[in-house]
Design a protein around this ligand. Structure first.
Ligand SMILES: Nc1ncnc2c1ncn2[C@@H]1O[C@H](COP(=O)(O)OP(=O)(O)OP(=O)(O)O)[C@@H](O)[C@H]1O
Ligand SMILES: [Mg+2]
Length: 255
């Protein structure tokens, strides 16, 4: 099994970006190397990793246009172990597919980079158009990110439908690795009921443990453009959760 992972959900604000960055932080903290690929025109990931989407020269938009990642890989503000292919203001129009085999462009481009990293993490936009289709076609594993609220679970079936389409068309080997629950409140009967409901929908084994706790420090790390592992004991329950998810992902990658 390969090691390219797409973090998906067409619902906005559930934590795709936060989980992508948290896993990158965990990877870096354990001495691994990851490439983060920003497929979201909002470019939050790129911003946190040190780049202004208005100033990026070779972005995921060009990677999709050319089907090549030559010149696109950037060092990041986080330092050694976390590289980036950034989003730019030119990415939004790429939400509409065009050209030959439009859904395979990212996969073809990333092929030359696979050996350089322990994992490639693709942060997807909150939509199921060409950008997410490219991410799921490039990926070996898909992780769905949800929040434990009634509205947070809505739409998980359309993600499952898209993955079904991808199996039938561009990527029959895509592994639906599971569902990561983010923004878990410390005490909430409602959240527990939602997580049980989720387990009924997707199956208990598909829900990854532990959930990522909801903590202000997570917002702070993003606002300060820093890896969550830089916050020491103040973030320990969050980093502990990401470390466990990263280990689980590594086991999944190894098969
Ligand atoms: N575990 C958490 N604890 C506290 N705040 C969180 C947590 N996870 C995410 N957030 C906050 O929720 C907001 C949305 O998170 P994020 O940007 O990661 O979601 P997203 O799914 O990537 O959104 P979009 O669909 O817009 O790309 C952000 O302000 C983020 O800081
Ligand atoms: Mg995001």
């Amino acid at each position: 099994m390969g090691h390219t992972v797409a973090l998906v959900n067409q619902k906005g604000g559930v934590g795709k970006t936060t989980v992508t960055l948290g896993l990158a932080s965990a990877a870096q903290a354990s001495g691994h190397r990851v490439l983060v690929v920003d497929m979201d025109p909002q470019a939050s990931t790129s911003w946190v990793l040190g780049y202004d989407p208005a100033a990026v020269e070779i972005s995921t938009a060009e990677v999709l246009a050319r089907g090549s990642a030559v010149g696109a890989v950037l060092e990041t503000g986080w330092g050694e172990g976390v590289d980036l292919i950034a989003a730019s203001n030119r990415l939004q129009p790429r939400e509409h597919a065009s050209g030959k085999e439009p859904e395979r462009r990212l996969r073809v481009a990333l092929a030359t980079l696979l050996d350089d990293y322990d994992a490639i993490l693709i942060d997807c936009p909150p939509s199921l158009g060409n950008l997410t289709v490219n991410a799921l076609t490039a990926a070996d594993h898909a992780l769905i990110v949800v929040e434990p609220a009634a509205l947070g679970l809505r739409g998980i079936t359309s993600v499952a439908d898209i993955i079904d389409d991808i199996w039938d068309s561009s990527n029959p080997n895509l592994d639906l690795a599971g569902v990561v629950v983010n923004k878990q409140p410390s005490v909430s009967a409602e959240a527990e009921r939602r997580t049980e409901e989720l387990a009924r929908i997707v199956g208990k084994k598909a829900v990854w443990q532990p959930a990522i706790p909801q903590r202000v420090i997570v917002n702070q790390a993003i606002a300060e453009r820093s890896p969550i592992h830089a916050y020491g004991y103040r973030a320990v329950d969050v980093t502990d959760a990401f470390d466990k998810l990263w280990s689980k992902l590594r086991r999944r990658i190894r098969g």
